[in-house]
Ligand binder design. Structure first.
Ligand SMILES: Cc1ncc(C[n+]2csc(CCOP(=O)(O)OP(=O)(O)O)c2C)c(N)n1
Ligand SMILES: [Mg+2]
Length: 282
């Protein structure tokens, strides 16, 4: 569905996901720290969003009929920047400015700074409510655009998320596709131990959503779920619950106990990039 106008040869989704991981690691290396584990975990769902699902124009990010991608979790900005860079919405060279003064890529995502960054996230639990408002507005304008909203499992601890969940089904927002990144981690430990999100499928279904749960690091399963979410004939809003692995693609980061915020030694960034490349060759 993507209307890509760049001249880059068509890459596979696996190559796109790999490149998104590489860009995120490189940005982490620039600052020596960052929310890189989330970016590695969410790279596959971002590749499917930007290179399969979204109807958008990389050279015109404000194109009115575009589908919107709302990042509810401001701290995942590095993940979205990596996808925006891979989609050439943001030039590749800007990656080197990540987190520096005057950069268009600040460490926490801000809509006014970055092309393709539709909303300012950061305060958890706000994004889905913003998406509900946008979906109502789009419907009023008889727009055919979809709003994709990426939220985290930590955001399921926020009451405001569930108000938005309830409102979306009340208003039959069939133009809303929520994507929940379930990495089972948050700042202080495992999400399942802090405030359990299970039974997650039953809960979303009970609120009236068309609900799917997939392995969020399986590109084929993601493509099928994104397609089904879009083409589903009912009037319900749609949610894709994606179980992802923090640090995916870099075995020593996957094995880390705490990956909410990663700060590693300089030589480990190079090692992480090496491991990622080795994984690609296997
Ligand atoms: C309303 C609000 N409360 C607390 C925070 C601080 N905070 C930032 S990230 C985070 C963890 C949220 O969980 P999740 O997004 O699942 O974490 P991750 O998967 O990235 O480890 C918290 C508590 C915040 N940004 N907003
Ligand atoms: Mg989490």
């Amino acid at each position: 569905m993507t209307t890509t106008t760049t001249t880059t040869p068509a890459l596979s989704l696996a190559e796109r996901a790999h490149n998104i991981r590489r860009h995120a690691l490189r940005m982490g290396q620039v600052q020596g720290q960052g929310y890189v584990g989330q970016a590695l975990g969410a790279a596959d769902l971002l590749a499917v969003s930007y290179f399969h699902a979204l109807n958008h124009r990389p050279d015109d990010p404000d194109w009115e009929p575009r589908d919107r991608f709302y990042l509810s979790i401001g701290h995942y900005a590095i993940a979205l920047y990596a996808a925006l860079i891979e989609a050439r919405i943001v030039p590749l060279e800007e990656l080197e400015t990540y987190g520096s003064d005057d950069s268009r890529l600040p460490m926490s995502g801000m809509a006014a700074y970055t092309p393709g960054m539709e909303i300012t996230g950061g305060s958890l639990g706000q994004g889905l409510g913003i998406a509900v408002g946008a979906c109502l507005g789009l419907k009023r304008k008889q727009s055919k655009s979809f709003v994709y909203n990426l939220l985290s499992d930590g955001e399921l601890n926020e009451g405001s998320t569930w108000e938005a969940v309830m409102s979306a089904s009340h208003w039959q927002l069939d133009n809303l596709i929520a994507i929940v990144d379930v990495n089972n981690q948050q700042a202080d430990g495992y999400s399942s131990e802090i405030l359990s999100f299970e039974p997650i499928v039953d809960r979303w279904q009970a609120f009236g959503w068309f609900t799917q749960r997939v392995d969020g690091n399986d590109l084929k399963a993601l493509v099928a779920a994104f397609d089904a979410a879009r083409t589903f004939a009912g009037t319900q809003p749609r949610v894709i619950i994606c179980d992802t692995k923090m640090g995916k693609g870099v075995p020593f980061l996957e094995a880390r106990e705490k990956t909410h915020f990663i700060r590693v030694e300089e030589h480990e960034w190079a090692m992480a990039l090496d491991h990622l490349e080795q994984g690609k060759q296997r």
